[in-house]
Design a protein around this ligand. Sequence first.
Ligand SMILES: [Zn+2]
Length: 72
Amino acid sequence: MDKYIINKNSQSNGDHEVHNVTKGCNYLPQSQNQVEVGNFSNCQQAVAKAKSNWPTNRINGCYWCSRACHTS
Ligand SMILES: [Zn+2]
């Protein structure tokens, strides 16, 4: 299980990105902008959970640490 967080701030394209903090990522948001999503065995589950928590936001996986979930 890896721990995932979501960036409170959106990217320039409007997406809020989900990052894997267990694996580590060079592009993590600053700690005050990280919102914990939870522990999941893959990024698909983390993105699904984030979407259910924040249904009005555009949510995507980080290209660098969650590439399997990066769609835009
Ligand atoms: Zn990342």
